[in-house]
Design a protein around this ligand. Sequence first.
Ligand code: ZN
Ligand code: ZN
Ligand code: ZN
Ligand code: ZN
Length: 404
Amino acid sequence: MGVAGVTMPAMAVSLLRILVLGSWLSLLIGLPSLQAHEGSAQDPEVEHRKCRYCDTTGMVLCEDKVHGRVDLSLEGNMVFCTHVGECPTCDGLGRIACGECERSDAAKLLTKMRERRKAAIVRHQELEAEMKRKLSGGESDHFRLLWDIESLKIGRKRFDQHELLHLFADRMEAVHARYLEVLHVKEREIPDRSAMAVWWLPNDHNEAARRFCGGSASMGVKRMGPNPFFSTCGTRSHFPTDDDLHRYLVHNAAHLLLSNNIPSLWMGQYKGGGWFDEGLASWFEIDLVERAQTWCFQEQGAGGPWGKGNWRVAVRKLVQQDRQSSVATVLSRDVNTLEQAEQAIAFSLIDYLIHLDGSKLPAVAERLKNKKPAREALIEHYGLSPLALETAWKAWVLETYPKR
Ligand SMILES: [Zn+2]
Ligand SMILES: [Zn+2]
Ligand SMILES: [Zn+2]
Ligand SMILES: [Zn+2]
């Protein structure tokens, strides 16, 4: 994969983002994905008679007055959303069967959606009980989400809390989808929904971090392994722009998915696990939001993000000037000892291994989670000793990474 191949995913994602924004205008865009996720017995080839009332989805938005001004057309990407509220007409789904076309499978799908919503509410209420108040959030297919920020300006548009929650759901589901794709992982191999909470007030974040993650740090705290949980305080002092917050959430979602990917264990605490854990999380930042700037265990250096966030350019420069730490050194770090430049090299090593064959990464991860040295895991699955990896990786970096 050359440089063009490397930049392709970023382009694909900006296209996805446009599609997502477009979907906000249309109705019930989430229905096909719901069918796919449920593994519905329906034959996808079945032709339904075209219906202009529901776009042949079999469902229309609920018009009950209890929803007030809530934009129900957003609901396609979530199983349960607190903003829809309780409603006797739609049972809080925000949609009902279309009365005009009588798609025979609509009622069955609605029943299934009701069941999934019910289970999600129970889990959400556990969080509310802990925090002792109502919380804005809900669940998408693979995440439990809490979004506390009331409104944010993104570009020239001001998003309200409900819109931000659904944007959050889209972005985190994009990490999950890309993770499955790049590492060739099956949905069932990440057994639990990852919980992610974005607060506005430092006190709420501190409280959540203490209750759900058993730790504290002003910016973000995570619990890894089974039922992973991440909490952050999303104020502008931490994240001046939406891109900054987006990157940080993508990076941490990748950590949660990797730690929950069976065997559900956190590798970053072990010598030999830090490079993989941080390198992969940074890889998703760059893949989905173009630049990387998240340091989980290092103070960010003065003078802006390392390498201006353009890690491919910066790593190429290091390699060219032969100033980088040896691969053997990077491979031996845990997350606490990994330095900034080493994290960028870790990203680049992951980048190279994905270029060789991303489907072997889960097997390497499994070894690292079981405290095997990275050296052995790489020889076993990629047939590369640290020295052989260093030679091949350097040549690849010089050949394919952009000069600026
Ligand atoms: Zn909603
Ligand atoms: Zn309703
Ligand atoms: Zn219809
Ligand atoms: Zn990290």
